[in-house]
Design a protein around this ligand. Structure first.
Ligand code: PLP
Length: 395
């Protein structure tokens, strides 16, 4: 008897990062501050909960339109046109169980065995397993570390072969916190058009934005027909446990992904979708207040990290992550992350978890805890970095 299938064991990303290691230390009774996970600490705003509760009470307990409730898709079509300059209408939208499910459907629908998919390093690791489960081959193109993890189209082009099918963008980027400029996106668009490639863009952090403007690559000329734009309510609305996202694509591309969705989940829970409807149609004050709180924590973390010996930390333009460079300590990021876990009892992610380009960095999620806890974490980190040998006074 053979168990399981090769496509399960042949995936290369088997680690859950620092979380698994943290569990063992926590089980020994230590108070760990968890800054490794992208789990928003805010509660979902009340009007969103009310939307789902009202739908449940009103009997929205039966099968949904498989693509998502028509009212929700209509609201999302309006949002996409207004916020993203994406004009696909309700027929070009598929509601999914979070961005994870959206990405799974997109990779499964797009890839044939052996198709190559280019990811920009540092990348979001969870995309790798999905590419491999779909039979694809991840190909890594570096971002320009020396210039704020900028996109280098010539470095991407270098990786394009006859088997390349798709480029994956995460914009704003996890883990770097970058928001790509129009010029960077235009360079990717030019490559995609020239080599006739698909672009899958993960825009889960579109609204967790502090500086600059978020541009959806699908809005650039010639890109609508080749872009799968993925969004979710997860981060900006603090709805990670709701599992709600959506794909925007040309209407002709939706049936292939729907075929997979209707065979794996049938559709997203009907009444849950009314929470999303409330989120997208109401005033955005509560979302803005959460982003403002994250901005305060970003500023605080960046300021404190830059005071620590051996550490430099660029200010992320978006997301809930600071990606701090620790090369000045003379230690590698894996041993720093392990030390911080074991000695400082602060859990951060080792930058090399996100690829070779992330080496020498640690990713600190400032969105996963309230400010007093973040202050405590920064005090612990400061004590650790100041105690390292050769830690000169930075001030
Ligand atoms: C870049 C990126 N994509 C996708 C996800 C997962 O989103 P969801 O919970 O909506 O599946 C995350 C969560 O951390 C993320 O950072």
């Amino acid at each position: 008897m053979k168990w399981p299938a090769n496509r399960i064991t042949n995936t290369s990303k088997k680690s859950f990062g620092m979380f698994e290691k943290a569990l063992a230390i926590e089980a020994a009774g230590h108070d760990l501050i968890h800054l490794e996970f992208g789990k928003p600490h805010h509660d979902t705003p009340q009007h969103i909960k009310d939307g789902a509760i009202a739908a449940l009470q009103a009997g929205k307990v039966h099968y949904s339109d498989l693509r998502g409730e028509p009212a929700l898709r209509a609201a999302l079509a309006a949002k996409l046109a207004a916020d993203n300059a994406i004009h696909v209408g309700p027929e070009g939208i598929l509601v999914t169980n979070g961005l994870t499910h959206a990405a799974y459907l997109a990779f499964m629908a797009a890839l044939d065995e052996g198709d190559e998919v280019i990811l920009l390093d540092p990348y979001y690791p969870q995309h790798i397993n999905k590419i491999e489960l779909a039979g694809g081959v991840p190909v890594i193109a570096p971002l320009d570390r020396a210039h704020g993890f900028a996109i280098r189209a010539d470095w991407i082009e270098h990786k394009i072969t006859a088997r390349t099918r798709m480029i994956v963008l995460v914009n704003p980027s996890n883990p770097t916190g970058r928001v790509y400029t129009r010029a960077e996106l235009e360079a990717v668009a030019e490559l995609a058009i020239q080599h006739d490639l698909l672009v899958l863009t993960d825009e889960v952090y579109e609204h967790v934005l502090y500086d600059g403007a978020h541009i959806s690559i699908a809005s650039l000329p010639g890109m609508a027909e080749r872009t799968l734009s993925l969004f979710a309510f997860t981060k900006a609305y603090a709805m990670d446990g709701w599992r709600l996202g959506y794909i925007a694509a040309q209407p002709a591309m939706i049936p292939a992904m729907l075929k997979i969705a209707m065979n794996d989940v049938t559709h997203v829970n009907t009444f849950i979708q009314y929470g999303a409807l409330a989120a997208v149609t109401a005033e955005q004050d509560s979302r803005d207040a959460m982003v403002a709180d994250d901005r305060r924590k970003r500023d605080f973390v960046v300021q404190r990290m830059n005071q620590m010996p051996g550490v430099t930390c660029a200010s992320p333009e978006a997301t809930i992550y600071a990606f701090a460079n620790i090369e000045g300590t003379g230690k590698d990021s894996t041993s720093i992350a392990l030390d911080l876990l074991e000695k400082a009892h602060v859990v951060v992610e080792d930058g090399s978890f996100y690829g070779v380009g992330g080496r020498g960095h640690i990713r600190i999620c400032f969105g996963s805890e309230p400010m007093p806890r973040i202050e405590q974490a920064m005090d612990r980190l400061s004590t650790y970095f100041n105690a390292l040998p050769n830690a000169g006074d930075k001030a």
